[in-house]
Design a binder for this molecule. Structure first.
Ligand SMILES: Cc1ncc(COP(=O)(O)O)c(C=O)c1O
Length: 400
């Protein structure tokens, strides 16, 4: 990166943004001119391409990531008697999906080094109750940093729990298992189900959109049913059959379908997913280098391997730094047209979860993390010049 002290940002620099090309636009227009606005051939094409991308057997495209989570908790049978463990440092949907089915959300604190769900805390919770007390775990590949699902699976199996991997931040990310093998986020080798979002700031953008991946045929079939009102036309499943028009609503499902034109956009975006991921890694390496030795800035989960420029499997949805005067830096950057963001306000401190009995102070590691974290601009079209400008402004603030 070349330093250009004359550079002034002409446009606001957000923390994340989509990248829509002429090919993307052409793909959507082509679908608009086709016979299908809702469920057409692009849905299956997107599902198949996405399943291939993450290395899973099955994929189900849905209206958004939250709908994906809801279908997962439904398919796993969450109900009023269920207790499900998740992290407070996530977008609230990771927890809300348990509530949609009437279950209880059981937060566990985070690992201070990574801000990921702390497996030791989860283990301690499981050990403190009789087997069967908890039903499932929803770990989140927070910021794009993949959770070690091999370790979570081992623990979950000891206690008979299912796992939903919230991989919204990490398509293309991977962790390395105990045999040295790369395990792609959402590949279904360890989690029962995994979910993704295609919200504009994510790696693949369809506006609204989501995907569920799994290797379980049984869960896959349930998801298909629940995505469309619980209605089936499959002659093998029908209890009766009155003729060609006949269908049956066999379960209480929803309309969580994603339209064909958004899937066309998804297919087109997916073709550039690897290039986008490479650019994210480049941007992260630039930040790492710039801030590694800067007093007053702590990097979140940047390992020695990352600092040496080695690929760690991190998908860098977000690039997070920790600073003491976080509000000061946030406001200072805004004055310079840089729109950093905070990920996340701990879910248990939200008024809704407080109304269910959670209190500030319940998860001190998460709350301390929240007091310092700031997500800097991170998206493939961020230019080198813009990034230098961001780095300069951050350094200017912390050196004051
Ligand atoms: C970790 C996480 N889980 C779930 C969601 C929900 O996805 P959506 O906004 O597509 O409903 C998001 C995205 O906003 C997210 O970041």
């Amino acid at each position: 990166m070349t330093q250009n002290s004359e550079f002034r940002t002409p446009n606001p620099i957000p923390y994340g943004r989509q990248n829509i090309t002429q090919e993307d636009i052409a793909a959507v227009v082509e679908t608009l001119q086709s016979d299908f606005l809702t469920q057409g051939p692009k849905v299956a094409e997107f599902e198949n391409a996405f399943a291939d991308y993450v290395g899973a057997k099955y994929a189900v495209a849905v209206a958004n990531g939250t709908a994906a989570l809801h279908l997962c908790t439904m398919a796993l049978g969450v109900n009023e008697n269920s207790r499900v463990i998740t992290t407070p440092i996530t977008f609230v949907a990771s927890a809300n999906c348990v509530r949609y089915c009437g279950g209880t959300v059981e937060f566990a604190d985070i690992d201070p080094a990574t801000a990921l769900l702390d497996i030791d805390k989860v283990r301690a919770m499981l050990q403190s109750k009789p087997k069967g007390y908890y039903n499932g775990i929803i770990p989140v590949d927070f910021a794009g940093n993949p959770v070690n699902l091999e370790a979570f699976r081992k623990l979950a199996d000891e206690y008979g729990l299912w796992i939903i991997e919230d991989a919204c931040h990490a398509p293309g990310g991977y962790f390395t298992d105990s045999h040295g093998k790369k395990q792609l986020c959402g590949n279904g080798n360890y989690a029962d189900l995994a979910i993704f979002s295609f919200h504009p700031v994510k790696h693949i953008a369809t506006g609204e959109g989501g995907m569920i991946t799994t290797n379980s045929e049984e869960l896959y079939k349930k998801l298909l049913l629940y995505r469309t009102h619980g209605i089936t036309r499959d002659p093998d499943l029908l209890e009766e059959n009155h003729g060609g028009w006949y269908m049956e609503m066999q379960e209480l499902g929803y309309n969580y379908r994603i339209p064909d034109m958004l899937c066309a956009l998804g297919v087109s975006q997916l073709k550039r997913a690897d290039a986008g991921l490479e650019r994210r890694k480049e941007i992260a390496a630039n930040y790492d280098k710039a801030f590694a030795e800067t007093p007053g800035i702590e990097l979140l989960s940047t390992s020695p391997e990352a600092l040496k420029g080695e690929d760690t499997g991190h998908a860098y949805h977000l690039y997070i730094i920790k600073v003491q005067d976080r509000k000061g830096l946030y406001d200072f950057l805004r004055e310079h047209n840089i729109f950093a963001q905070v990920h996340y306000i701990p879910a248990h401190t939200m008024p809704y979860y407080r109304s269910l009995g959670y209190r500030k102070g319940d998860f001190p590691v998460a709350e301390h993390y929240y007091s310092e974290c700031l997500s800097l601009p991170m998206y493939p079209t961020l230019t080198d010049e813009e990034q230098v400008f961001v780095i300069d402004k951050v350094k200017e603030f912390v050196s004051r």
